[in-house]
Design a protein around this ligand. Structure first.
Ligand code: SF4
Length: 440
């Protein structure tokens, strides 16, 4: 979303009844990779790479993506628990990007974090009352009786009892500890809660209780929530809008109902395909070409999702069916990732790896009508038979070029929603000629 205004203020994507509370523009958090005695910088992990979004007052925005997508780094960067390397964060109309000292503490009182695993969130030597009161003391409330009264009240409001203040963390279940974490986040009366996978360490029933509690809190306290999750089904139940992250970038964002009803980005469709409860029978949901998530230190060129995208755009002059194109793309990128089926992996194959075995393992037909593709597949099959998977990947890369690998997609609009995919860019020919089904 680089270069654009945050989406609450974006006329293409208005949230008319809500003022923005948090506005994030072109946020970057990169980590240097250093080597040698002098710690010379040799590269950068682009954990968060130019994302923009906004959270309205009283709104819940879901930030969803697989592990490694950068969403937790984004959450911590927003709270300045990690230092961003670029971009701007505005909170209640003021920039917080360069705050320090008392001003930063004051911001952190108004913007609180709920962590993923409540078992790591408490000092075992502090009573629950002391733990929940800690932020009050930290922010200058010296009166112990007053702190105690506030803590007892907040514990009751999250479904625990006032007497629980005198008990210790080990006396509580995981779900109760997460309630206590939420109480601690609420005790300073924040405007924003950043909830980082707050239910993923809990079993399904407790998960539902904690989501119910967050929903009540949101209504009762009119608090905004940035809700981080890898689980699009949890986001569906709880969020007003969603931003989908992949390898440090936001690839699609919009109202939750719109995104889930008609996901525009191929990665969103893949994420939805991984959720059985969304009934894949009713939808045309996709699987990724490979399970290998690239290293954020070396993100793929062009569209970062191209190595896994089941809707990869074929070159205009390749004359094969859509079905065969997908199999060829899967062949190319699984081989490049070294994800070899056991029958063609020299470490596990029994006997000689012949051409028929390779073709069967990747669902490739004997005959491919496009001559240059056919020659490249023959050469790749031959290289794999000789145990040279990198040479096979090189043959396929040269024969199957794609705009998705060459060029990074700019942000386009689909149904009024921002999406980063060449398929929505009118200047890219995403529908080149594909022959009749010749893959049988
Ligand atoms: S730009 Fe290409 S690779 Fe990226 S999501 Fe769109 S179709 Fe897939």
């Amino acid at each position: 979303m680089s270069g654009g205004e945050p989406d609450v203020a974006d006329p293409r994507h208005p949230v008319p009844d809500r003022e923005p509370l948090l506005e994030v523009s072109d946020l970057e958090t990169h980590y240097p990779i250093t080597r040698g005695f002098l710690r010379r910088e040799v590269g950068r992990v682009r954990a968060v790479d130019g994302i923009s979004f906004a959270v309205g007052r009283g709104e819940v925005l879901g930030l969803v993506g697989e592990s490694g997508s950068g969403k937790t780094t984004a959450a911590h960067s927003v709270l300045r628990l990690e230092e961003p390397t670029g971009g701007e964060i505005r909170f209640d109309g003021e920039s917080v990007t360069d705050l320090s000292g008392g001003a930063l503490r004051s911001f952190r009182r108004r913007a609180q974090l709920v962590v993923q695993d409540p078992n790591d969130a408490f000092n075992p030597r502090l009573s629950i009352g002391e733990a929940v009161a800690e932020p009050l003391a930290l922010h200058g409330m010296a009166d112990g009786d007053r702190r105690r009264a506030i803590v007892e009240d907040i514990l009751e409001r999250v479904g625990l009892s006032a007497d629980d203040a005198d008990r210790y963390p080990h006396e509580f279940s995981g779900g109760e500890k997460q309630r206590i974490s939420i109480a601690r986040a609420l005790v300073c009366n924040p405007d924003l809660i950043v909830a980082d996978e707050p239910t993923s360490a809990l079993d399904a029933r407790v998960q539902s209780d904690v989501l119910g509690l967050l929903e009540e809190i949101r209504r009762e306290f009119d608090v905004s929530i940035l809700f981080i999750s890898h689980d699009i089904d949890v986001v569906r139940r709880f969020c007003d809008r969603v931003a989908v992250m992949y390898l440090g970038e936001i690839v699609e964002r919009g109202p939750i109902a719109d995104v889930l009803e008609s996901p525009a980005h191929p990665y969103t469709r893949v994420l939805m395909g991984s959720v059985p409860s969304l009934d894949p029978a009713d939808r045309d949901l996709a699987s990724p070409l490979t399970d290998t998530v690239p290293d954020p230190a070396e993100p793929p060129s062009g569209c970062r999702f191209h190595t896994r995208c089941p809707e990869l755009i074929p070159p205009a002059d390749v004359d094969v069916s859509a079905d065969l194109w997908e199999r060829l793309a899967a062949f190319r990128f699984t081989v490049a990732a070294g994800e070899l089926p056991p029958a063609v992996d020299p470490a596990t194959a029994e006997g000689r790896i012949d051409s028929a075995t390779v073709r069967e393992a990747f669902g490739l037909p004997e005959r491919i009508p496009d001559e240059s593709v056919s020659r490249a597949v023959d050469a790749a099959v031959d290289a794999l038979g000789r145990g040279r998977h990198e040479a096979a990947a090189d043959e396929l890369a040269a024969a199957l070029p794609t705009v998705c690998e060459r060029e990074a997609p700019a942000e386009s609009t689909h149904d009024g929603r921002p999406v980063r995919c060449h398929r929505y860019d009118p200047s890219v020919d995403a529908t080149p000629r594909l022959g009749a089904d010749d893959a049988s």
